[in-house]
Design a protein around this ligand. Structure first.
Ligand code: SF4
Length: 236
């Protein structure tokens, strides 16, 4: 695996702040090849990156985390994107079925202990998948939440032991949506119905138009992240 010193990472980040995301993706492809992978929840940022990778014929694999609890609209969009881009997403999931989870822990675990539920259904499957990778590409942006404000374009993820690369870290929601509309890309219809950010169905609510873009995720709970973007995970 490529290793860079903190000084080299600092210099890369300085350069990438003014680099087009397509060129960052080309750099990733050259550095890591198929040892990099783009993870997407089929949000607009992920679709934008998919389009850049696909249009430029980069050989970067794609995957998604399937908790078995995504919206029907999300599964439909996954199928639509596979046809549109002529690709297949790798499905990453836990072998623990929802029934087994209910028996072993409790039914509707997401209501009582969402951290445990996210850990079982997202954090652990992702870590197991990334064991075989050197770089994980994400669509996260600084503007999304307070917890993401210091996201670097390239950073070491000590929990998953990969380079985490966020080519859109300095993009705004408006910039992403402008790209989606100009390029007439498919997107989740729920976004037009009060869902700016979409995760699992039990943990995603509609928001008011002036709410923060991730306000509908785990609303009413002291939780803003599922855990995959927190680099200091502990066993839950
Ligand atoms: Fe479970 Fe909700 Fe986390 Fe999905 S977002 S894994 S349903 S707690």
């Amino acid at each position: 695996m490529n290793r860079w010193t903190p000084e080299e990472v600092h210099d890369l980040n300085h350069r990438f702040e003014t680099t087009n995301p397509t060129d960052i993706l080309k750099w990733i492809s050259n550095q890591f090849g198929t040892k990099a992978a783009l993870g997407t929840g089929f949000g607009p940022s992920g679709i934008l990156l998919l389009n850049m990778i696909s249009k430029n014929k980069m050989n970067i694999p794609f995957f998604y985390l399937d908790t078995d609890l995504l919206f029907g609209e999300t599964y439909k969009l996954r199928d639509e994107l596979e046809t549109y881009f002529d690709l297949t997403f790798e499905r990453v999931s836990t072998p623990l079925s929802l029934n087994e989870q209910a028996i072993k822990y409790q039914s509707e675990l997401w209501k009582k202990n969402p951290n445990k539920c996210c850990y079982l259904r997202k954090v652990v499957p992702l870590k197991n998948y990334l064991i075989h990778k050197d770089a994980w590409i994400t669509g996260i942006r600084r503007q999304q939440t307070d917890t993401r404000f210091d996201t670097k374009i390239i950073q070491w993820d000590p929990f998953n032991e990969v380079w985490k690369i966020n080519p859109l870290a300095n993009w705004t929601s408006d910039e992403v949506w402008t790209y989606i509309h100009i390029n007439e890309l498919p997107y989740n219809p729920l976004h037009d119905n009060g869902y700016p950010s979409i995760g699992c169905q039990p943990c995603t609510n509609q928001v008011a138009s002036d709410d923060h873009e991730r306000a509908g995720r785990w609303s009413g709970m002291d939780k803003t992240e599922c855990g995959i973007h927190i680099s200091t995970q502990k066993d839950q």
